[in-house]
Design a protein. Sequence first.
Lengths: 157, 111
Amino acid sequence: MGETEFVIEPGRQDIVITRVFDAPREVVFKALTDPNLIPNWWGPARYETTVDRADVRPGGQWRYVSRDADGTEYGFRGVYHDIVAPDRVVQTFEFEGMPGHVSLETATLEEVDGKTRYVGVSVFQSVADRDGMAQSGMEEGASEGFDRLAEVIQSLL
Amino acid sequence: MADDQLSLTFAALADPTRRAILARLADGEATVNELAEPFSISLQAISKHLKVLERAGLITRGRDAQWRPCRLETAPLETASDWIRRYREIQRDRFDRLDQEIQAIQRKRKG
């Protein structure tokens, strides 16, 4: 199983996640963009995720809903800006619980020795947005973490 | 710890001077003058940073009116650190499941 790496520097408004998958880019691209497969990985494992909309083409809209054990629903939506198989997906992201806080997500797939390196960059509107979104992500499994910050904190303990 | 407390912690940490101050305090108590020494900024600016750290509960200050030494409080850091660890687990889990989907597609193609 590959390692998921995070780069989240304190005071910045972006998050970078890198992961190497042992598969060709076409396969990784399919798993990332096939609406039938998205529910299997997109949301947190303990939530049931359904695809409400996934018009996978430039300008198309997406909306996924994650439901927790109590039946509470959390909606996420955005627009696909660029879908370039098997290289790149560029899309906006918004948690409906925090309307107006939109981030831009760029996923790039690179072939490395027959494997695929996924690099996901999320750019938020502000540092506070990034940290806030990652906090709501704690509940919804939506967004990303705080790796560098974690190291800073560890070094202080 | 409430979410807004966590926000205070992260906001306080999102500044290199304040992190340097905390790193210094990890070695032991220090006065404002001692904390200001490595920086080329005014005592007033240092005091402002200390207020942010104090409000976030990351430091406490002694009662002695003249010296008021600063002390690192690790409880909010431990809470923030736990939170980050749990958060990363969720993200790792998500990418592990994406990996499983990818391997399933591969098996179908080969089979």
